[in-house]
Design a protein around this ligand. Sequence first.
Ligand SMILES: C[C@H]1O[C@H](OP(=O)(O)OP(=O)(O)OC[C@H]2O[C@@H](n3cnc4c(=O)[nH]c(N)nc43)[C@H](O)[C@@H]2O)[C@@H](O)[C@@H](O)C1=O
Length: 328
Amino acid sequence: MTRTALIFGVCGQDGSYLARFLLERGYAVHGTTRDLAGASYSTLDALGIRERVTIHAVAPQDAAAVERVIGAVSPREIYHLAAQSSVGLSFAQPAAAFGSILTSTLNILEAIRQQAPSARLFHASSSEMFGDTSAVPATEDAPPRPSSPYAVAKAAAHGLIATYRQAYGLHAGSGILYSHESPLRPERFVTRKIIRGAVAVARGEAERLELGNLSVARDWGWAPEYVDAMWRMLQQDAADDYILATGITTTLEEFVRLAFAHFDLDWRDHVVQTEAHCRPTDVACSRGNPAKARERLGWSTRIAMPELVTRLIQVELEGGHPGVPPLT
Ligand SMILES: C[C@H]1O[C@H](OP(=O)(O)OP(=O)(O)OC[C@H]2O[C@@H](n3cnc4c(=O)[nH]c(N)nc43)[C@H](O)[C@@H]2O)[C@@H](O)[C@@H](O)C1=O
């Protein structure tokens, strides 16, 4: 029998890779986007799968619309990836961050509790909720110490998922996602910005690249690998929370150095640090221990730093995603 999955936020980086992953495994894949006419399908187009996904117009902050789509699709697996994903933007638009992250999560949980209690739910939590973890890599039990509107909302949504699991017995779990990158990332995120910037300088199309704080350190992985973990979580008999990370943390300065060094360039000749690109507060260092995911899900990453930089540059130089038309 064909298995059916519903992905809230199918047009994002993770939604698109997950849709491809599930299609490859024979799933009927449904996905939501807020506005069919206004939606950008560039990620689904880049992977060549737009025609194979049934897309529904749903604003996840609209409880009735969430109930309707879950009732209509009747999915066994639900993936909640629909929320504002930019930490930086959440400082400028905190209310929007809260609505998109927290209200959407509550609506999906309530719809499942009321009318699809046997459905399984994956929720995208974030390492940002732990704050600075330079002293000890976070485990799933680490206390939340959020330091941005985005992280506060994610910590609350994470708590809701655990509460519904415990109080109502739902099969609902959070993947605590560390940064995971790909050519589908927009330039709002620093990795794509750096890769594009280094390529532009190497080609003589730009002279400099403006960035913010380079002393921060992050655990960067390869996004297509993370959707496998999301799926594995929903194949477990019991739902739980898992840290999804490579376990390798690198400074942003080192990322920049590697990107420019790929073209025999010294980043210090081209990168300018400006206040305008710094956040009011920023997580200094993000470290996570993915042991539980390795032991219980059999999941670990194959691609990590520094290979990630080379891979992103190669795709950028080829003009898009491997094997599919270039991204515009
Ligand atoms: C785990 C977490 O991962 C991602 O959030 P993020 O780490 O904030 O991603 P980002 O690429 O915007 O920033 C990374 C770091 O780089 C610093 N940085 C310096 N200069 C620039 C700069 O010019 N632009 C940007 N965007 N960042 C800069 C910036 O201050 C920050 O320290 C999302 O997936 C999120 O959804 C998520 O949950």
